[in-house]
Write a protein that binds this ligand. Sequence first.
Ligand SMILES: NC(=O)c1ccc[n+]([C@@H]2O[C@H](COP(=O)([O-])OP(=O)(O)OC[C@H]3O[C@@H](n4cnc5c(N)ncnc54)[C@H](OP(=O)(O)O)[C@@H]3O)[C@@H](O)[C@H]2O)c1
Length: 279
Amino acid sequence: MVTVVFGASGKVGRHVAAGLSSVGEKMRLTSRTLLPVGFPVGAEVFTADLETPATLPAVLDGAQRVFLYAKPEGIDGFVTAAESAGVQHVVLLSSGSVIHPDAARNPIARAHITVESALERSGLTWTFIRPGMFATNTLWWWRNSIRDEGIVRVPYPDAQTAPIHEKDLAALAVTALTQPGHHGHAYPVWGPESLSIRQQVQHIGAATGRKITLETISIEQARVELGRTMPPMGVDAILAAWRAGTTAPPQVSTVVTDVTGRPAHTFAQWADDHANDFR
Ligand SMILES: NC(=O)c1ccc[n+]([C@@H]2O[C@H](COP(=O)([O-])OP(=O)(O)OC[C@H]3O[C@@H](n4cnc5c(N)ncnc54)[C@H](OP(=O)(O)O)[C@@H]3O)[C@@H](O)[C@H]2O)c1
C-alpha cells in the first residue's frame, strides 16, 4: 500500500508522515516547493499543488491512500485525479467549524464543507477529522510578544479553550489510514482539557522557564495584535471562540483515546514540546 501525504511539512502533516514512517508504511510526501528538509529517510518526495490539478497524477499514480488538506479551489481536480489513479481512501484534515450552528455564515466552515461534500459525492471512501482549536495557534498569537517582551496581550484572559496537540490529530489520521473501521466516519476532535488562557500562559511560562506577564487589552487592540500574523477571517473566528469561552466551558473530547488507544496530550506537554519556539 502506498500513502500520499499532502503538506508533509505542515504542522499536522509532518507528524502524519512521521507516524506512517514509524509503522513502516510506504509513503509519498508532497510540497509545493522542493525541498523541505526533515522528511523521514527513504520517503519519496514530490512537488504537487492541490490547486493545480496537472501536478496530481504523478504523485497519485498507483497510490491507495491519501492524507489531504482542505483546498476547496482544487478539490474537483483532486477527486478526478484520485479516482483515475485508483486511490481508495482519503483522510481529510477538516474543521470542527463545519458542525457549528453558524457554519453557513463562517467562510472557514464553508471552505471545509465544500471539500467534504466533494469527497462524499465521489467514489472514494473517506474519513473526516474535524478539529477545534489547535494548540499551535498560540505560536501565531503569542510567540513574538513572549520572545521579545515576555508578555501576552489578550482581551479575555479567563476565556476557556480546549487546545489540541497536532500530534494527536496526526495519530488519528494515521490510525484512520492504516486500521480498519474508519471509512465514512467524521470525528469531531476537541482537546482533552478545558483551560483558561491564563492557565495556558502559565504552562508556556513553566515550559520555557520564563515569567510571562498577561495583559488585558480591548477587542480593538486585539484585532490589531492578531492581525499582525493572521488573516481577518481567522481573527474573527478566534475572537468569537474566546468570547464564547468566557460564558461556557468549551467542549472537550476523548476521541483521541477512543480511536488510537492512547491518551491525548495535555497542553502542558504541548508547551514542553514547543518551549524552544517561544525562546
Ligand atoms: N488552526 C486551527 O485551530 C484549526 C482548527 C481546525 C481546522 N484547521 C485546519 O487545519 C489546516 C491547517 O493545518 P496545519 O496547521 O497543519 O497547516 P500548516 O502547518 O499551515 O500546513 C499546511 C500544509 O499544506 C500544504 N499546502 C498548502 N497549500 C497547498 C496546496 N495548494 N497544495 C498542496 N499542499 C498545500 C503546505 O505545504 P507546502 O507549503 O510545503 O506546499 C503545508 O505543509 C487548515 O485547513 C485549517 O483550516 C485549523
